[in-house]
Write a protein that binds this ligand. Structure first.
Ligand SMILES: C[S@@+](CC[C@H](N)C(=O)[O-])C[C@H]1O[C@@H](n2cnc3c(N)ncnc32)[C@H](O)[C@@H]1O
Length: 380
């Protein structure tokens, strides 16, 4: 299996290089309106932003910043295939402008725009990000009514272009079955509150660059890509930053396109590529080891697990997990300045970096056919 990945250092408000109805999944996080670190960027996109901020017209600035993002959402709709999904990580902002401390509800503004464009909203995720900052409680302290609730979450909006995706061809069905996740992963990933994402996997770039780019943790796009696309799909991030979505696409056997205004990030993205194989290796090892621990605990509690996964031979909870198989990126080849080719092999149990808990019970018979994993589809 192979996947292809391309970087475009250009403007996401006009995605000239991407054809209509060509992308399966968008995973992204825009600059957050009304968060101070992005004021300069929004002023670059719309020079009137700085002026209205100095005039203390907070709601006008909020609206102008969103107006600068709106064309990107229209482009996302154009390039997505019917049935394709977009996941947008966005935090609200709290800010004092002049005398008024206010919430600027970025998630509500983007959601409303997406509905106007014609997206179908799906249940969304609250990403809980507790803060230990000593000044986390703002306002009038213990005296009502001027104390403010602490903002300790961000949103991940999930929207679809039109109706549910169809898998009618035999090859597509098989690709979908091989892209399954474990039942117990489903129970965590599809809960509507996510906690403890940071630190779940090793960080990619160093901390200074991560702060400057406001990168999300690798686990965030990693989960979303597994949840809302299949192997061989094409994943787009129109606000790529230092490349986290692209690395997650590589680690999950999807093709990827990233768009980013800042050419400064090219070096960081390409410099992190060598870490992709080891990050994927770690994450796949953890998933297999976690699954075997789950099986061990369930079996020890005297509960049965009815099905058996064919590639790995371990028990799984449902028939949908029977063909689940992990592909691991083996080599990353640069094919042009901003283009990369990834080769994969099948991740074997003995490749795990963590010792796997022993499993008791009958192994599948050796006469049982092993499925032939389908080829990843390349995009042109
Ligand atoms: C919140 S950061 C994304 C961080 C990313 N998720 C990561 O993990 O690195 C938003 C990025 O969008 C880029 N950006 C903002 N406006 C853009 C535009 N119109 N076209 C392309 N990129 C843009 C910024 O330069 C910034 O790197």
């Amino acid at each position: 299996m192979q996947t292809r990945h391309r970087l475009h250092f250009s403007e996401a408000r006009k995605m000239k290089a991407i054809g209509a109805n060509s992308v399966d999944l968008v995973v992204t996080s825009p600059p957050y309106p009304m968060i101070q670190m992005w004021d300069a960027l929004f002023t670059r996109l719309d020079p009137t932003v700085a002026k209205v901020l100095t005039q203390n017209r907070g709601m006008v600035a909020f609206e102008r910043m969103h107006a600068a993002l709106d064309p990107v959402w229209a482009e996302v709709h154009r390039v997505l295939k019917p049935g394709g999904i977009t996941c947008i990580n966005i935090g609200d902002a709290v800010r004092k402008i002049g005398a008024d401390f206010m919430l600027y509800p970025n998630h509500a503004r983007i959601l409303s725009r997406m509905l106007t464009i014609g997206f179908q909203p799906l249940p969304l995720i609250l990403w809980r990000k507790p803060t230990n900052a000593p000044n986390k409680f703002m306002g009038s302290g213990m005296l009502p009514p001027g104390a403010y609730v602490t903002l300790e979450h961000e949103h991940i909006l999930v929207l679809r272009k039109g109706s549910k995706r169809d898998f009618s061809e035999a090859e597509d069905k098989q690709r979908r079955r091989e892209s399954a996740f474990f039942w117990e992963e489903r129970n965590t990933w599809f809960s509507d509150v996510w906690m403890g994402l940071i630190g779940a996997t090793q960080r990619l770039a160093d901390n200074d660059i991560r702060k400057r780019s406001a990168a999300f943790p690798f686990e965030l796009p990693y989960r979303l890509i597994n949840m809302f696309s299949v192997k061989g799909d094409l994943v787009l991030d129109p606000f790529l930053g230092i490349g986290t979505t692209l690395f997650a696409a590589m680690a999950t056997g999807r093709n990827g396109i990233g768009i980013e205004l800042e050419t400064d990030f090219r070096e960081t993205v390409t410099g992190s590529l060598s870490a992709v194989t080891s990050i994927a290796h770690r994450r796949l090892s953890d998933r297999l080891a976690n699954h075997q621990e789950f099986v061990q605990q369930r079996t020890a509690a005297g509960r049965t697990i009815k099905h058996r996964n064919r590639p790995y031979g371990f028990p799984v909870m449902t028939a949908q997990e029977v063909d689940l198989v992990f592909h691991r990126p083996k080599t990353v080849t640069q094919t042009a300045e901003d283009a990369f080719l990834i080769d994969y092999d099948i991740f074997q149990l003995e490749d795990c970096h963590r010792p796997l808990p022993p499993l008791t019970g009958k192994r599948p018979s050796s006469t049982q056919p092993r499925p032939r994993p389908s080829q990843g589809l390349l995009f042109e």
